[in-house]
Ligand binder design. Structure first.
Ligand code: PLP
Length: 454
């Protein structure tokens, strides 16, 4: 599946330019060419949704609702005319989706969440009593930990929030078993599928989850839409997430001089304001493209590249790949590592500046997990300084991630680059600016000599 950007060339500090190797799909994936083409074909027909009598408004409204139906099929949503099935709500992102669900929890709901989650899954529940579960060291331990916590919990509504694939380690979580445990103890479960959905089928019924949240920009559709899909009952009973037009059916001045508002039920209840029809349309196009390509083929190609990356990194003794579940873990195309003697920000900057490779460094919005994996309680500030002493572990990590359209050459270049940097050091000089590592822009004698050294 071709993606945009494959011909983009970027300059190197050492001179010349190379094609850009995008290896940061876990942050935001490039757009699928097909998504881009479908959006471009629709763009001239763009019009307002649910609020216009004109032909293009009608067309856009139809396409918006068809996009909802496409997403519902992609996720295997359950029908239910009376609110006992699933609703698909278009949001801005996974973060937005989980905040929406947090706002819809019945009074007194207790939330259960592993400390290993992305901040988008960890933080929205602040208004609810929350049980934070310790990081498990195997999928089986994850299920046992959840069971024990649910067994000990007081009566009342409960929600488990779990990530399908870690944005740090890429490891896949035992979602079906966790859903089973949740339901055995009367809890509901929401799946953060931000990292799983681009790589794996996410079928609500087969996984047995109650809700799924994901983002278009990680699913090759970077047009600002996300999804919360799942059981309609709590969503329809909740106050609208946003108050405004579209969510309200009628608004009258009440006898007391205030407002009497009748809110809509269904997805519109939580979609106040003008919907992002281009985002929804793009997201649906991505769902169609991924379904047609088939997750077996997508997964097979990714497993091959992941294997190559893990083998290549294993040949560099200074590299430690981060893992919670150990060697047996199954992963999506995401992995993080640290290099003895290297500050991760320095390494990531040198990969970009000297090899044209885009990766991410830091704590990846999963601070408790990365700190636990690194055995560190505090993060180091960014910057270029090598860790305190050679051989000492960096206090943040480098993440490499890929997916549709990633050519072999990007993975090979990445492995060669890490090998060369670790073996020979950077060719350029770097300095710290606003806490970030940046190449020293002046072409002074030192930099010229270093650039020529190999
Ligand atoms: N959950 C996971 C596992 C993620 O990796 C991310 C983003 O990196 C999010 C949630 C948040 O996604 P968004 O930034 O699109 O809201």
């Amino acid at each position: 599946m071709p993606v945009l950007g494959r011909d983009v060339r970027v300059p190197l500090v050492t001179g010349g330019e190379v094609s850009y190797a995008a290896l940061d799909y876990a942050a935001s994936a490039p757009a699928l060419q097909r998504v881009w083409d479908e959006v471009a074909a629709y763009a001239p027909y763009y019009g307002s949704v649910h609020r216009g009598a004109g032909h293009l408004s009608q067309l856009s409204t139809d396409l918006f609702e068809q996009s909802r139906a496409t997403v519902a099929r992609f996720l295997g949503c359950r029908d239910g005319a009376e609110g006992d099935g699933d609703d698909v709500v278009f949001t801005r992102s996974t973060t937005d989706s989980l905040n929406l669900l947090a706002s819809a929890l019945p009074e007194g709901t207790r939330v259960f969440v592993f400390e290993t989650e992305h901040h988008a899954s960890l933080l929205p529940w602040r208004a609810s009593p929350t049980t934070f579960l310790d990081a498990p060291h195997s999928p089986g331990q994850a299920v046992a930990t959840l069971e024990a916590a649910l067994r000990a919990a007081p009566e009342g509504p409960k929600l488990v929030c779990v990530t399908g694939a870690s944005n740090v380690t890429g490891e896949i979580w035992p979602v079906r078993q966790l859903a089973g445990a949740a339901h055995r103890h009367g809890a509901r479960i929401v799946l953060d599928a931000a990292q799983l959905a681009p790589h794996h089928p996410v079928h609500i019924g087969e996984l047995g989850v109650d809700w799924v949240a994901f983002s278009g920009h990680k699913l090759y559709a970077p047009f600002g839409a996300g999804v919360l899909a799942g059981r309609a009952d709590w969503l329809r009973a909740a106050e609208p997430y946003l108050a405004g037009g579209g969510a309200s059916r009628t608004v009258l001045r009440g006898a007391d001089g205030g407002l009497d508002v009748e809110w809509r039920t269904g997805p519109a209840r939580h979609e106040a304001g003008s919907p992002n029809v281009i985002g929804a349309y793009a997201l649906a196009a991505a769902c169609r493209a991924l379904s047609e390509a088939g997750f077996e083929a997508i997964g097979g190609r990714e497993a091959e590249l992941t294997g190559r990356l893990l083998d290549g990194l294993a040949r560099i003794p200074e590299v430690t790949v981060l893992s919670l579940f150990g060697a047996e873990a199954t992963r999506v195309g995401v992995l993080s590592f640290v290099v003895d003697g290297w500050n991760s920000s320095h390494l990531a900057t040198a990969l970009s500046a000297e090899y044209g490779i885009g990766v991410r460094d830091g704590l990846f919005c999963a601070h408790p997990l990365v700190r636990k994996l690194l055995g560190a309680q505090r993060a180091e500030p960014g910057g270029c300084g090598a860790p305190e002493a050679p051989g000492e572990q960096s206090l943040n990590a480098v993440r490499v991630s890929f997916g549709a359209g990633t050519p072999d050459e990007h993975v090979e270049r990445f492995l060669r680059a890490v090998g060369e940097l670790v073996r020979y050091g950077a060719r350029w000089r770097y300095r710290t600016e606003d806490g970030r590592c940046v190449p020293d822009s002046e072409r002074d004698d030192d930099n010229d000599r270093a650039a020529l050294a190999r």
